[in-house]
Design a protein around this ligand. Structure first.
Ligand code: AHM
Ligand code: MG
Length: 336
């Protein structure tokens, strides 16, 4: 077995986004690059805290105290604070929307920049105590021309985002990013403290063989979903699909991007608008899916075309391999 010499020419995330900016020439001011660099730093910071969580007794309810009698923050509250502080300090943001905060943050003039960031600082937090993968999801809008940053700048279709991504905290931290020209994946090299390009130009296979739904909700599902699921579990020809459901959107979408198949969290008789949040869960993941050559739909419309009316609204989500998602939409189209 011949051992390969280690690479001496690593492509770090900072280098990669800066190269991107150079390619755009004078059109790019570098602000988005600096914002993305600020976001990757928050991901490193959150990754360290997720890792340390058990040791330093961060796991537990916000407001609980540790053995020293110090008040401990729940990890999702901590992740939120890390992001808000870093994004404000970057000087590149105007409006922040976080799953953790009821209201949007409008950045004060002295720190104001021209981008809006919508994010879920720590998604899948019900999985933390079991050590299952969790993640941060984010999407970035430019403020509208002539706007100083208002809620109107984020109540816009996801197709107007200029970048979206997530960081998955698992056995390693993986940051997956799109700035609108494909999708790239980076893995945190803990020794270097840098995200290294490990998954260039991710493309979802046109068809997969995995479905990822919380089938515990089956009794509430509407007929198009039930019928679609039956069609892949009891196919007329060939073998049935495999089920994989982690219950952490970042992990389920990450697998879908790499292996293909379909991830779904539909609206149903119980959850009239589904569960997932439009702005900082559905939009960024739909953006990445489309950039990787896949499809993201509510069942009846393209997710990225939805015009939000409030910052925490929910929507039905199906995303993944083009052919699989198209099979599903046929079941919706046949119900009139
Ligand atoms: P959260 O924001 O409260 O963590 O909920 C979002 C998570 C997603 O990561 C995941 O896709 C979904 O909820 C799982 O929901 P369920 O437990 O109903 O299957
Ligand atoms: Mg969430």
């Amino acid at each position: 077995v011949s051992e390969q010499a280690p690479s001496t020419d690593l492509i770090t995330l900072s280098r990669h986004v800066m190269d991107d900016q150079l390619r755009l020439g004078a059109a790019a001011t570098g602000d988005l690059t600096l914002l993305l660099i600020a976001i990757q730093v928050t991901s490193k910071f959150i990754a360290t805290n997720v890792r340390k969580a058990r040791l330093i007794n961060l796991v537990g309810l916000a407001g609980e105290t540790n053995v020293q009698g110090e008040e401990q923050k729940k990890l999702d509250v901590l992740a939120n604070d890390i992001m808000v502080n870093a994004l404000r300090a970057s000087g590149k943001t105007a409006v922040l929307v976080s799953e953790e905060l009821d209201n949007a943050i409008i950045i004060e003039e002295k720190n104001r920049g021209k981008y809006c960031v919508v994010f879920d600082p720590l998604d899948g937090s019900s999985n933390i105590d079991a050590g299952v993968n969790i993640g941060t999801i984010f999407g970035i809008y430019p403020v509208r021309p002539d706007s100083d940053g208002t809620i109107g700048d984020v109540l816009r279709p996801g197709s107007e985002m200029v970048a979206a991504g997530y960081t998955m905290y698992g056995s390693s931290a993986n940051l997956v990013l799109s700035t609108g020209s494909g999708v790239n994946g980076y893995t945190l090299d803990a020794a270097l403290g840098e995200f290294i390009l490990t998954h260039p130009d991710i493309k979802i296979p046109a068809r997969g063989k995995i479905y990822s739904f919380n089938e515990g909700n089956s009794m509430y599902f509407y007929p198009p979903v039930t019928n679609y699921l039956n069609s892949i579990k009891y196919p007329k020809t060939g073998s049935p699909y495999s089920a994989r459901y982690i219950g952490s959107m970042v992990a389920d979408v990450h697998r879908t991007l790499l292996y293909g198949g379909i991830f779904g969290y539909p609206d149903d008789k119980k959850s009239k608008s589904g569960k997932l949040r439009l702005l900082y869960e559905a939009f960024p993941m739909a953006f990445l899916t489309e950039q990787a050559g896949g499809v993201a739909t509510t069942g009846t419309m393209r997710i990225l075309d939805i015009v939000p009316t409030s910052i925490h609204e929910r929507c039905s989500v199906f995303l993944g391999s083009r052919d699989d998602v198209q099979d599903l939409t046929k079941f919706y189209a046949s119900v009139k």
